[in-house]
Write a protein that binds this ligand. Structure first.
Ligand code: HEC
Ligand code: HEC
Ligand code: HEC
Length: 433
């Protein structure tokens, strides 16, 4: 519908432009002879051109109109400036907009979004891991303004002008590409913020995938998508968790929604598992998010709010969890696993890709505690990180540059193979990581 309107408007301008060109050409066609005639002071040779000498008074008319318009505009500009200088113009949010202002702002916003989203192409959005990733972030990043099926109009945001709309009824009027554009870039002069990490689009698509689902959700379905259920979720019975006397407050209040109190993630590759990772690596990762060295619109705002002690405590907590019982992972076909193992153990000499085990294990090689373990990590997450390294959008600790040449030489198939291999390995424990 919107695309149709766009096409119609573009067509209108084309036709209007074409018409004005044609009429100008026609006018110009007659003028040269007439001009010559007057400039040269010679009488017009061709009698049938004489008619064209008349437009002069018309021209004056045009000039006069232009002068009047310019004068009106100048008076308006001065008047407007005076209104601003005296401070009589109310900019208070409490009075809302006049209906005509609201309509005009909405109309120009939707026209702008429509035009600027031309050329954007949505990837497949029906992936559960994208929907869950978007849902969990919605609760942190969007709910305070836009509400949710659980609480439609948060009290403080109701005082904003324009009000952040309750989104479920608004979503169907936008194309996915338009939602992507709004969520990525925000809306000027309204309070609708841009995505915190503009370098990467994958997270914005995850949010778009969730928004597509939002209109169908009732309060309970919304809660389940956002918080998850089962052992990894915020409500997990703490006694089931080994080695956890002191669970830091943030784990239960914040991290659990995505990583679980048990550090296992949500069972699909939306969020990395933290359990099995060394505290040193986790701490460096949190610091990298907090300082913006590693880009993520989801993790950057969370990490930036933690102080030094909290970062250390959280890294110690997740790094100190004992090895979980290994839930056997459904392995990919044997050929995929064999190719993945070959890359991990020996690299790809022809493409100058080094063996991953040298830095990531598994094996007896002594490794730097700042290098992450990959064993047992979700394959979707591993592939995503490799793609980000390849595009040079994945920063990290001071060691992150080691990964850029590695990832940039891997093909998409090789990334998938090596990720499938690591995913199926039993997660590391203290002795082997
Ligand atoms: C600080 C408040 C605030 C936050 C946080 C916020 N928004 Fe908004 N959002 C707004 C306001 C205000 C508008 C209305 C803009 C307008 O009227 O043009 C808006 C408009 C939108 C729209 C367009 C709705 C429509 O039909 O006009 C979408 C979609 C949207 N926001 C999604 C999100 C998502 C997704 C997030 C979280 C990543 C988010 N917003 C975070 C304030 C916010
Ligand atoms: C809304 C979901 C969400 C919440 C809440 C959340 N995280 Fe994350 N976390 C993510 C995502 C998504 C990533 C992967 C980011 C990326 O793609 O780079 C991540 C990555 C991480 C990483 C890096 C893991 C690795 O292998 O490199 C650490 C460490 C981490 N989070 C710790 C935390 C801690 C501690 C908290 C609580 C204070 C927390 N997260 C809260 C979603 C979340
Ligand atoms: C020379 C050492 C080195 C080699 C070899 C190496 N890596 Fe890495 N890799 C690193 C370091 C260091 C990081 C962590 C960067 C950071 O976040 O600070 C990393 C991070 C990663 C991550 C992100 C993990 C996470 O939890 O976010 C993936 C995936 C990865 N490497 C895959 C591979 C694969 C696959 C190979 C083999 C083809 C490989 N690496 C070879 C050093 C290496």
């Amino acid at each position: 519908m919107r695309r149709l309107l766009n096409a119609a408007i573009a067509l209108f301008w084309l036709i209007a432009g074409g018409l004005s060109l044609v009429t100008r050409k026609r006018a110009a066609g007659g003028r040269p002879a007439g001009n010559q005639a007057t400039r040269g002071g010679r009488p017009a040779e061709a009698g049938h051109y004489e008619r064209h000498e008349e437009p002069r008074p018309g021209k004056w008319g045009l000039r006069r109109i232009a002068l009047v318009v310019a004068a009106v505009l100048a008076v308006q500009a001065v008047g407007g400036f005076l209104v601003v200088v005296t401070g009589v113009a109310p900019i208070k949010a409490s009075s809302g907009h006049w209906p005509i202002t609201a309509w005009f702002l909405n109309f120009s916003m939707s026209r702008s979004v429509s035009t600027h989203s031309i050329g954007i192409k949505a990837p497949p959005l029906d992936e559960p891991h994208l929907v869950v990733k978007g849902a969990a972030h919605y609760a942190t990043g969007c709910f305070p303004c836009h509400g949710s099926p659980q609480l439609r109009h948060p009290r403080i945001a109701r005082g904003m002008t324009p009000h952040p709309p309750y989104l479920p009824p608004a979503i169907p009027q936008w194309e996915p590409e338009e939602l992507f554009y709004i969520v990525k870039h925000g809306v000027k002069f309204t309070g609708m913020p841009a995505w915190p990490a503009l370098e990467r689009d994958d997270e914005v698509w995850a949010m778009t995938a969730f928004l597509q689902k939002l209109p169908e959700l009732d309060a309970e379905e919304y809660r389940r998508l956002v918080d998850g259920d089962g052992a990894s979720a915020a409500g997990a019975p703490l006694e089931r968790l080994t080695g956890t006397e002191n669970v830091p407050r943030q784990v239960v209040e914040t991290c659990a929604r995505c990583h679980g109190v048990d550090g296992l993630g949500r069972g699909i590759g939306a969020f990395p598992r933290l359990r099995g990772q060394q505290s040193t690596y986790l701490e460096l990762a949190l610091r990298a998010f907090a300082s913006g060295q590693r880009n993520s619109g989801i993790m950057e705002p969370i990490a930036a709010e933690l102080n030094d002690d909290e970062i250390r405590a959280l890294a110690r907590y997740y790094g100190g969890l004992e090895r979980a019982e290994h839930e056997p992972v459904e392995a990919d076909d044997r050929e995929t696993m064999a190719r993945g193992e070959e890359i991990a153990q020996h690299g790809v000499p022809a493409q100058r890709v080094p063996a991953c085990v040298a830095c990531h294990g598994p094996g007896d090689i002594e490794r730097n505690a700042a290098y992450p373990t990959l064993a047992g990590q979700y394959a979707e997450y591993l592939v995503l990180q490799l793609e980000l390294f390849k595009a040079e959008h994945r920063g990290g600790s001071a060691y992150a540059h080691l990964m850029h040449p590695v990832a940039s030489r891997l093909t998409p198939e090789q990334m998938r193979d090596v990720a499938a291999y690591y995913r199926a390995l039993p997660p590391a424990n203290d002795s082997e990581r």
